[in-house]
Ligand binder design. Structure first.
Ligand code: COA
Length: 200
């Protein structure tokens, strides 16, 4: 399998599925656990020190950015795009493109963002640095840095302390000689495009 780029100390479990791997960038010290399903969409970047636990998924065909130290617990779902569902077109991949109405968007998890078990992140959402999403939450709007959210739809329930995390981050980069991911080139690729069929 040819990825767009691949770092060192990476474990991609053989029971995972990667679609369009040539559009996928993977950093250093990454683990993708069993039965994870990733459609790289337009572009997917997985930074360093990132874990995708078993049965996590990235779907929707858009742009996905997981910065360094981001984590997906088991069954977490990142949805980077979707069918439009208000009658704009026919809805599913058996339908030819000219008949479908789709949104190709993005999901962006900044550094240290952490998703609990079975959390779902909707298209167009940025999870700020250090933010935590509780198990089973459905995130429909951006989450502020170092904020803890939970519920359906997700709402803030608390704050996370940043100082210790940032100090440990600096020490780990230095100890292991890992260069921090510069997300800037990928952030410029974030988009929110809607394509509708030509209806006569
Ligand atoms: C969101 C979370 C991080 C909050 O942890 P916390 O800050 O310690 O919060 P608490 O457990 O003190 O709970 C605070 C309140 O939020 C509620 N709450 C906690 N987690 C919740 C969740 N996932 N969904 C809805 N409400 C939740 C609690 O019931 C509590 O409400 P109450 O005050 O009315 O009783 C945590 O509950 C969670 O969901 N963790 C995910 C764990 C996980 O999936 N780990 C994967 C393996 S590492």
């Amino acid at each position: 399998m040819e990825l767009a780029s691949l770092g060192t100390h990476v474990v991609l479990h053989p029971a995972c599925v990667f679609i369009r791997p040539e559009r996928m960038h993977v950093g250093h010290h990454v683990i993708v656990s069993e039965f994870t399903w990733i459609h790289a969409g337009l572009t997917t970047v997985i930074g360093s020190f990132v874990h995708l636990a078993n049965h996590a998924s990235i779907s929707g065909g858009g742009v996905c950015i997981l910065e360094d130290f981001a984590g997906l617990s088991a069954g977490a779902r990142l949805v980077t795009g979707s069918e439009l569902v208000h009658g704009e077109g026919l809805t599913n991949p058996t339908i030819p493109p000219g008949f479908r109405a789709v949104r190709r968007s993005f999901v962006h998890l900044a550094r240290h963002a952490f998703l609990g078990t079975n959390a779902v992140v909707h298209p167009g959402v940025t999870i700020g640095e250090g933010a935590v999403v509780g198990s089973g939450a459905v995130v429909t709007h951006d989450v502020e840095p170092w904020t803890i959210v939970a519920g359906v739809p997700a709402r803030p329930i608390g704050r996370r302390e940043s100082r210790t995390v940032k100090a440990l981050e600096a020490r780990l980069y230095a100890d292991l000689g890992v260069p921090p991911l510069d997300p800037a080139p990928f952030v410029t690729m974030k988009r929110d495009d809607i394509r509708r069929p030509d209806v006569p």
